[in-house]
Every structure is written in structure tokens, then in C-alpha cells.
Design a protein. Structure first.
Length: 250
């Protein structure tokens, strides 16, 4: 935890901590072995550029929406690195409202404006993440066709290939879940702000949340290979029985 706190002191691209010994070396290895110990899918394959970018884009969306939720942010950061399971994250919609109202503001308009800004910022991140996710899923389809159809691929590469598919699709499902949680948190905050400090600014915040909901819908309907079983949500049936999910509660 101390290493994670030190590593998160400065931010780089997409709001993530700047590259350092913790984020580049220690966290990925610790996450791989922690996930393996929990019986989750873990692949030793090197990541493609799109897979790396998918994880970078996911980081902001799976973190708590308000920076004042310090402990929750550290837990989510460790879950993103796979050192902790996703179940360790808070699912209390009141967390964001507590962070939003915990500091001093000039007026109630500042709180409503911050809520609208956070919802709009999420909306602008969802679209590029969805495009990135679509490219990763398309590449995974090619990967699995090569595993199943090429006599040049040794059989021992089938399991790590499927594990990577599970990792990628699990991450997409996790982001979809956490975006839904953000929307729930924003609606909780808006309702309670209106009760405590009614303001015309609530209209702008409501519209921002509705715009985020509209943008999040296509992400959660993205056709996946179906590594988590079943053909629901537009997914195709999985060819192999999946291992336990890596970043999704299932």
C-alpha cells in the first residue's frame, strides 16, 4: 500500500500515475501472481499496443469518481493492477456525494457544476474506450482462430491465449459495470443535493448525467467473444469453458 501511495503521487497520461518502478515492474508482476493465486485467468503473453492502451483508458473509469475518496482510490488502483480482487472495491453510491460535499465551496452552484463536469468528463472517455475495446475484441477473434486452425501453433499456447481473451473481456465488462456505478453515484449525489441545496444548476447536472447514460449504453452492448459463457448481450457462445473471471464478479 505504501508503494502504491508513493507511485500515485504524480500523474501522467489519462490521469494514471507516471511510469516508475512500482507501476512498470512491481505492480504487474505482483498482480499476475496474485490473480493466479486466486484462481483467475492470467496470461504470460506480452500485450499488444491496443491491450496496453485499453488498460490505460480503463484506469480512469474504474477509479472512484471523486479524488477525495483517498482510501477507495488506493483500493481501486490495486484492483486495476490485479493485486486485489474487484470485490474489494466499494459499491456505496454515497461515496461520491461524501467527497463532493466534504470540502469548502463558494456556493451550492460549485457542487452542481463539479457534478456536471465529472459526468461530462466520463462521457468523453467512454467513446474512445469503446473503440479501443472493439479493436481488442477483433484481434482476439483472430487470435483464437489462429490457435484453433493453425498447425504451426503448439497446443501449450491455447490456454494462455484463452486467458488473455478472458482478461480483455473481463476488463471491458468491469469498466461497463463501474461506469454504471458512476451513473448511480451521480444520481444519488444529485438527488441529495436537491434535497439539501435546491438550485437551478440541478438541470445542467441532470442533462450531463443523461448524456453519460446515452454514451455508456453502446459500450455495454459491445459484441464480445463470450469468454464468460452464454450468448447474452450480443455475445457469441464461448468455445471453451472459461476460467474464473479476472476483473469481473460474474
Amino acid at each position: 500500500m505504501l508503494l502504491a501511495l508513493a507511485g500515485g503521487a504524480c500523474t501522467g497520461d489519462l490521469g494514471r500515475p507516471r511510469p516508475n518502478l512500482w507501476s512498470d515492474t512491481i505492480a504487474p508482476q505482483a498482480g499476475f501472481w496474485s490473480a493466479t493465486f486466486r484462481g483467475e485467468a492470467a496470461s504470460y503473453f506480452r500485450m499488444t499496443d491496443d491491450e496496453e492502451q485499453l488498460r490505460d483508458r480503463a484506469w480512469r473509469l474504474v477509479m472512484p469518481a471523486h479524488e477525495r475518496n483517498l482510501f477507495e482510490r488506493q483500493v481501486s488502483d490495486l484492483a486495476h493492477a490485479r493485486i486485489l480482487p474487484v470485490a474489494a472495491q466499494s459499491n456505496a453510491a454515497s461515496d461520491y456525494f461524501r467527497g463532493l460535499t466534504g470540502g469548502s465551496y463558494a456556493s451550492q452552484a460549485s457542487r452542481y457544476n463539479r457534478l456536471a463536469e465529472d459526468a461530462n468528463a466520463d462521457r468523453l472517455l467512454v467513446t474512445p474506450f469503446r473503440g479501443n475495446a472493439a479493436r481488442v475484441v477483433a484481434a482476439d477473434r483472430v487470435r483464437m482462430r489462429a490457435v484453433e486452425g493453425s498447425p504451426l501453433v503448439p497446443p501449450e499456447k491455447a490456454d494462455p491465449a484463452m486467458a488473455r481473451v478472458v482478461e480483455n473481456e473481463g476488463l471491458i465488462l468491469w469498466v461497463c459495470e463501474r461506469v454504471g456505478f458512476r451513473i448511480e453515484s451521480y444520481r444519488y449525489a444529485l438527488a441529495n443535493l436537491v434535497v439539501e441545496m435546491p438550485s437551478r444548476e440541478a438541470i445542467k447536472a441532470e442533462r450531463s448525467i443523461m448524456a453519460l447514460e446515452a454514451e455508456a449504453g453502446p459500450l455495454c452492448k459491445l459484441p464480445l467473444i463470450g469468454a464468460f459463457g452464454g450468448a447474452g448481450r450480443g455475445q457469441e457462445p464461448a468455445e471453451r469453458a472459461p476460467k474464473p473471471p479476472v476483473v469481473y464478479k460474474g
